[in-house]
Write a protein that binds this ligand. Structure first.
Ligand code: ITT
Length: 203
């Protein structure tokens, strides 16, 4: 009998919500997800000015690889870039979702949309995993609507104002637990795609 090998996955992120969702997804599949730290701190990562989540994610994984070489541990490394793209606001806040949330908050988004009838929007996620030999990319999109008020306190970020398509009772991500959100989310789709490719690679 061989012992089950637990694979370590180091996630370079400063976002505790993203880390918790990646752990929730990967741990039942035999991965141990840890935050990527250097000297006990989340390293500072420079994000390029770009309209492309993929360009930002590639810049992050390159920086993670450089830091990882120095740390010399045996693990896969992982990054993810995500954002909320609102139809009537020409995809705002998009790649700037983190800074916009800091600056105007959920109430700022709701105010911008107070007269807006078309409430369509989507979350997009671009994940990249470095196995130690190859880069594996996964993308996910989740369509939905921006609600007219904040609903729920679960999740993080924009979750209380986003209700995914196919959620018949109109609940937001903020009103769901992790398993429920995973059934719809952009992140779960991106991670699912990565997992399938790792299986094909025999990793
Ligand atoms: P990193 O350190 O991983 O870059 P971040 O918070 O900067 O963390 P992103 O740039 O990927 O992460 O996220 C952009 C913003 O979109 C940020 O404010 C998130 O809170 C928000 N966001 C991303 N995924 C979300 C989700 O599933 N639900 C709600 N908000 C989300």
């Amino acid at each position: 009998m061989y012992a089950t090998v637990v694979k370590r996955l180091l996630f370079l992120t400063g976002n505790a919500g993203k880390l918790a969702e990646a752990s929730h997804f990967f741990e039942p599949l035999g991965y141990q997800v840890e935050q990527f730290l250097v000297d006990g701190e989340v390293p500072i990562v420079v994000e390029p000015q770009s309209d492309s989540l993929k360009d930002v994610a590639i810049a992050k994984i390159e920086q993670a690889k450089a830091l990882f070489n120095k740390s010399g541990q045996d693990a896969a490394i992982f990054v993810e870039d995500a954002g909320l793209f609102i139809d009537e606001l020409n995809d705002f806040p998009g790649v700037n979702s983190a800074s916009v949330l800091n600056q105007i908050g959920l109430s700022g988004i709701l105010n911008l949309m107070s007269e807006t009838i078309n409430r369509g929007a989507e979350f997009r996620a671009q994940a990249v995993l470095f196995t130690g030999e190859e880069l594996v990319f996964g993308e996910g999109v989740c369509r939905g609507i921006i609600t007219s008020e904040t609903l729920g306190e679960s999740g993080f970020g924009y979750d209380p104002i986003f209700s995914p398509e196919g959620e018949d009772s109109g609940r937001t991500f903020g009103q769901m637990d992790k398993t429920e959100k995973e059934a719809f989310s952009h992140r779960a789709k991106a991670l699912e795609s990565i997992k399938k490719q790792l299986d094909l690679l025999g990793r």
